[in-house]
Each structure stands twice: as C-alpha cells, then as structure tokens.
Write a protein that binds this ligand. Structure first.
Ligand code: FPP
Length: 254
C-alpha cells in the first residue's frame, strides 16, 4: 500500500549539502481553514502562527539560510478594518512572544515592504525584535509586510532614475545585478524555492523579479495545517528536480 505524506519522514531523505539557500512562502488559506471549523477568519490567522513556527524552526533545524514569509500584502490593507487590526495585533503579540524562540534557534529577524505604513506599535515591536536578533547567524527570517512586488520594482526604478539624473550612473551601466542591488532584498540571495499553500496557483505580486528561476511548489493544505514535514517534502521534491536554467540536461550533468 502506498504511504501518505504524513507517514513518510522527509527530513531523513534530505541531502543537507544541497539545500535551497532561500525559501519564500505565500501563506494562504487561513480564512478558508477557519470556515471549515465554523469560526471567524481571525481564528484562522491565529492558528496560522503555529505554521509560521513550523516553517521557521524547520528551516533553522536543517540549515536553510533564508526564509521569507508573505505576511501582509499592500492589497491586504483593503480587507475589513477589523481583520486588518486583528492581524496587526497578532503580529505585535507574536513578535513579542517569539523573540526568545528566535534567540534560541539563532534566527535573525528582518522585514521588507513599506514598514512605515504599519501602526506605530507594530513598527516598534518589529524594530525591537530586529535589533535584538541582529547578531544571530543562523536563519534570516524575513517578513514581507505591507509588501507589493510592483511597488518594490517602482521604488527601484525611481532610485536608479534619480542616480542617472544625478550623474552617479550611466544608463548603459544598468544591468540585472544593478537592478537586484536596488531591490528591498539586495542583501538576500534570490529564492530557489517558492511554496504556496491552499491549492491556489498564483504569485500574487510576491518577489516577481527575484523568483525568475525558483521552483514553484503548490500545496493543497490550508496554511494553519502546514507542518515541518510539508516543508521537508517541498525541499525533497526541489532536490529531486533538475534545474536547468535554460540549458540542456546534458550541459547540467556533464
Ligand atoms: C492568508 O490567508 C494569510 C494572511 C493574509 C496573513 C498571514 C498571517 C499569519 C499567518 C499570522 C501572523 C504572521 C506572522 C508572521 C506572525 P487568507 O486570509 O488570505 O486566507 P483565505 O484565502 O482562505 O481567505
């Protein structure tokens, strides 16, 4: 009889010398998960925090260097006010509560997006945790907050255009590397693996430039049900896919 995902321990199957350097996750399905329980969407977000822990501890445990979580998009500001406030509250509480665990797991917290649009209390909690974990050397956990990839690209174009205007840069000097160096993620390697839960197959304005060569992994489960084993399975599948970067199979293997 075939084994289900839950019966296989994918961690033991991983080649630890061939891990993706950077994993990005679109955490989707909190609202639908809550609905299956007959509860309000916010109950889904609260349970989503457990899965955030699973993903970050899982990455830290095996030695993945970067994990980026899509925690709040620019578009999410358009949700009902009560849900936005609850998400901000949850963020403040979680960050405050989890700093100890971040320290214990040698995780460095980071954030990208228009952080200045977050409520002051949220910015304060975030800055404090980023500061306190800044000397950690294991996993860098980046939260994308008030984030939009198109806005990020627009910001990058404005900065580069200003440099050209000031005479600091020639148009002919603009290369893909220069563009990458002006994105919010300039100090993070591009994701090699992008995971989205809830069965939706969309990118939703997340790291559009950076995922050019990422393997995409779509998981049927809603985010609150996501476990370390799901993470390890996604990495296992990544390790067993041939990444050709536009070349032929023979070129890769020779
Ligand atoms: C998507 O589900 C989830 C979000 C927009 C928010 C993610 C937030 C958390 C997991 C909790 C706090 C996070 C951190 C980093 C502490 P959805 O609401 O779009 O679900 P739906 O598609 O079923 O409606």
């Amino acid at each position: 009889m075939e084994q289900t995902i839950e019966q296989i321990s994918y961690k033991e199957l991983l080649a630890l010398d061939h891990l993706p350097q950077h994993i990005a996750i679109i955490m989707d399905g909190n609202g639908r998960w809550a609905k299956t329980q007959g509860k309000h969407r916010i109950f889904g977000h609260k349970n989503g925090v457990k899965a955030v822990r699973e993903a970050s501890e899982g990455c830290a445990e095996i030695g993945v260097k970067h994990l980026t979580l899509y925690a709040f998009s620019t578009e999410n500001w358009n949700r009902p006010q009560m849900e936005v406030s609850a998400l901000m509250e949850l963020l403040i509480m979680t960050i405050g509560k989890e700093v100890k665990t971040l320290q214990k797991n040698n995780i460095k917290l980071n954030a990208i997006g228009h952080i200045s649009l977050l409520p002051d209390s949220c910015q304060k909690a975030l800055k404090k945790a980023i500061n306190e974990t800044s000397n950690n050397t294991g996993l860098t956990l980046t939260l994308a907050l008030s984030y939009s990839s198109r806005v990020e690209i627009t910001d990058m174009v404005r900065t580069i255009a200003q440099k050209v205007k000031n005479g600091q840069l020639e148009p002919s000097e603009i290369t893909p590397d220069i563009i990458g160096n002006h994105l919010y993620t300039h100090n993070i390697p591009d994701p090699e693996l992008l995971i989205r839960t809830s069965g939706e197959m969309r990118i939703s304005n997340f790291l559009l430039w950076q995922i050019a060569y990422a393997e995409l992994c779509f998981i049927e489960k809603y985010w609150p049900d996501f476990t370390k084993n799901d993470l390890f399975k996604a990495i296992y599948d990544f390790q067993n896919t041939e990444r050709r970067f536009g070349m032929t199979s023979e070129q890769i293997t020779n």
